[in-house]
Design a protein around this ligand. Structure first.
Ligand SMILES: NC(=O)c1ccc[n+]([C@@H]2O[C@H](COP(=O)([O-])OP(=O)(O)OC[C@H]3O[C@@H](n4cnc5c(N)ncnc54)[C@H](O)[C@@H]3O)[C@@H](O)[C@H]2O)c1
Ligand SMILES: [Zn+2]
Ligand SMILES: [Zn+2]
Length: 367
């Protein structure tokens, strides 16, 4: 079968991949559609400390082709979204509803594929850019068959990452304000989750001015060009503490929340600088392993600001994915509109160009 394999220096479309049979708690999924997330580009550029060669892709939906003999919650023919968390289901974190903390969800690499007889690793426990993949049963979330699989695919990473950061990690309250830096597949989902939560001021920031239309369509109340030098002043101008009161020594005024969907030191610092007292930066973007950011201690202490990270929206997939699909079916969040373009796998490089140029919300590869 066809698939995109990263060999440690280059990603290539190959034909001739095979996948092993499912074990007792494993599932074969025939991938129907797979979104291209920025993390796929990072993987193909060698930024992640994971072994290769590996089959790329981690944001997918498809149809169950076969199940192991201990799998009970999905059956062949079911439509599923694949979650990247191959959580154990038994540790204290899984039991506490925090599978993103489950230690077995990172670094448990395996080689379920072969190419011309050579073993090939999976990526993010998923490997979505191939016609058939193999995942753990806990990773399969069954969805109604009327949800287009091209839209459902995006829920597997970009949607849960952005929405979960707002719903779970931050738990934004009605009437609060937020700034979202980076209006890509992740940032757009922060924006629409903020709208669901009842945030009243939602400021989107991107270095591409053409992202304004998408940002507003998904719920942003303001859009600012991230290339401006006075971005922090512009945000405070929208959210002053009081018109007649200066920011003072501890920087009053600004947003309750800032979601950093870029992870560049300038962006992270701007995110901290644009917060009101008590505000929090949620860092979602993934930077290189040794990348650093800088900020003033005085922004944090005495006024209770914070900087926190968020992995995979802190989601519990079997709880949060059905909730998101329900919001979509009730028209409260947009999924179809995230799919800017679809490309057959033979044309996967056009999907990469679309993401790298910033011309798409998401580009989706189909099989
Ligand atoms: N924490 C997690 O679990 C998790 C999961 C998925 C993705 N990610 C990461 O989240 C980030 C976003 O992913 P994505 O798929 O949405 O990427 P994307 O490429 O779709 O979007 C990134 C957006 O950021 C904008 N941007 C770039 N530099 C900027 C700047 N200086 N200021 C403002 N905007 C800027 C780009 O124009 C683009 O619109 C990536 O770093 C990705 O690796 C993290
Ligand atoms: Zn666990
Ligand atoms: Zn991703």
């Amino acid at each position: 079968m066809k698939g995109i394999v990263y060999d440690g220096s280059t990603a290539t479309l190959v034909d001739g991949l095979s996948v092993r049979d499912p074990g007792p708690r494993e599932v074969w999924v025939d991938v129907a559609a797979a979104g291209l997330c920025h993390s796929d580009i990072s993987y193909m550029h060698g930024l992640y400390p994971v072994p290769s060669p590996g089959v790329c892709g981690h944001e997918a939906a498809g149809v169950v082709a076969a199940v192991g003999n201990a799998v009970t919650h999905v059956a062949p023919g079911d439509h599923v979204i694949i979650a990247t968390l191959a959580a154990c289901g038994f540790c204290e974190f899984c039991m506490d509803g925090k599978p993103t903390f489950c230690r077995s969800t990172l670094g448990n690499w395996s080689q379920p594929f072969t190419l011309d007889g050579e073993p090939i690793y999976n990526f993010a426990a998923t490997s979505a850019f191939t016609e058939r993949t193999i995942v753990r049963d806990v990773q399969c979330v069954k969805i109604p068959k009327d949800v287009p699989l091209t839209s459902a695919a995006l829920v597997g990473c970009g949607v849960v990452t952005g929405m979960g950061a707002v719903f779970n990690r931050a738990n934004v309250k009605r009437g609060q304000s937020a700034v979202v830096f980076g209006v890509g597949g992740v940032g757009l989902n922060c924006i629409q989750a903020l709208k669901v939560q009842g945030a009243t001021t939602i400021i989107a920031v991107d270095t591409l001015a053409e992202k304004e239309g998408l940002a507003r369509q998904f719920g942003a109340t303001h859009f600012l060009d991230g290339r401006r030098d006075d971005i922090v002043e512009a945000i405070i101008g929208i959210l002053p503490y009081r018109d007649d009161m200066p920011r003072g020594p501890f920087n009053a005024g600004g947003a309750n929340w800032a979601f950093d969907c870029v992870a560049h030191p300038v962006v992270t610092n701007n995110a901290l600088e644009c917060l009101d007292w008590g505000g929090t930066v949620v860092v979602i973007g993934v930077a290189g392993q040794t990348a650093e950011f800088h900020g003033l201690y005085g922004r944090l202490t005495q006024v209770d600001r914070g900087i926190i990270g968020c992995r995979y929206g802190s989601v519990s997939p079997q709880r949060d994915i059905p909730y998101i699909i329900d919001l979509y079916r009730r028209g409260e969040v947009l999924l179809d509109e995230l799919v800017s373009a679809t490309f057959p796998i033979a044309d996967w490089k056009s999907a990469v160009e679309g993401l790298e140029s910033g011309s798409v919300a998401r580009a989706v590869i189909t099989f």
